[in-house]
Design a protein around this ligand. Structure first.
Ligand code: ADP
Ligand code: MG
Length: 284
């Protein structure tokens, strides 16, 4: 079964898509996002988190889905710590729990047990509204199927998360334009998704993920729907982002994609089976 098909029926992803599509009903203005410090630091400090804490700290997380009488153990005791600025690939066969893990890291879903701290802050007990704000501010998502809003120009797609954050129109436009420039799409800002290639659509999605200056970029199979050349362009973009100090976590089942990362975590049957830094091996 193609992964996109199943993913699009997940309640968590549907929720995220719905949130994206709710642009016509903007939320009441919030405090504008300050630009001087990275997002993680800002909100960690404001919300009582710890600036020096790992960006992600997952401890013995389990996720069990109930399907009728059957319990599906998607995650079976995952512990993972990710420091600011890491470039991490999560690998594993289909069904091994990668997307479930990403949804938990992205606050789109909650663990059945175990703890998840984002910037030192335990996300359990944060109510849904606040959690949505945390998500919007701290995490940029990139999906396999791009998830751009159809019939909406690239620029407006990228502006969207800033509307949620209450950024005024002119600043929104300016920042979205700059984000599109950074992904090499300055000439395409007025194009509709249907007028862009897959690789270009994914770059718009990356601009949208970046525009709020999030602490983490989470990408689930970002090259899964792209041909080799477009996939390479997208990976070059992630490489550049991490060189600039962003935390990038990408999920893939392709070895050549994972080898871009500095650290590779392999998952099997809902458990971590290895955690390596391939580029350091043999470098003694
Ligand atoms: P991957 O992304 O590695 O392919 P997933 O995280 O999507 O793996 O799925 C892990 C396991 O959990 C699979 O057995 C899958 O069928 C199951 N699963 C995932 N999401 C749900 C859900 N919403 N309801 C029931 N089972 C699910
Ligand atoms: Mg998946």
């Amino acid at each position: 079964m193609p992964q996109g098909w199943r993913a699009s029926r997940r309640p968590s992803v549907l929720r995220a898509q719905r949130a994206l599509e709710a642009r016509r009903a903007p939320r009441p203005p919030q405090a504008p996002v300050a630009l001087d410090r990275p997002a993680g630091e800002r909100s960690a400090a404001r919300r009582g988190g710890h600036v020096n804490a790992p960006v992600i700290e997952i401890t013995d997380v389990r996720k069990t889905y109930a399907i009728g009488d059957i319990a599906v153990h998607a995650l079976r005791g995952i512990s993972l710590r990710v420091e600011r600025g890491e470039y991490l690939a999560i690998m594993g066969a289909s069904g091994s729990g990668k997307t479930t893990l990403m949804n938990i890291m992205g606050c789109l879903d909650t663990p059945t047990s175990g703890t998840y701290r984002l910037n030192g802050l335990d996300v359990r007990g944060i109510e849904e509204d606040t959690l949505a704000d945390v998500r919007n501010r701290e995490i940029g998502f990139v999906f396999q199927s791009f998830n751009l809003i159809p019939r909406t120009r690239a620029l407006a797609n990228v502006e969207l998360p800033l509307s949620y954050a209450g950024v005024p129109r002119a600043a929104r436009r300016d920042r979205a334009l700059r984000a599109l420039e950074r992904v090499g799409l300055a000439e395409r800002v007025q194009h509709l998704p249907s007028e862009l290639s897959g690789g270009q659509q994914q770059r718009v999605a990356i601009a949208r993920a970046l525009v709020t200056n999030p602490a983490i970029i989470l990408a689930d199979e970002p090259t899964g729907n792209l041909d080799t050349a477009a996939g390479a362009d997208v990976m070059a973009l992630f490489d550049r982002l991490t060189q600039q100090g962003r935390t990038v976590i990408l999920i893939t089942h392709e070895e050549h994609v994972a080898m871009h990362a500095r650290r590779v975590v392999r998952v099997r049957d809902g458990m971590i089976v290895s955690d390596e830094r391939p580029h350091l091996e043999g470098a003694v």
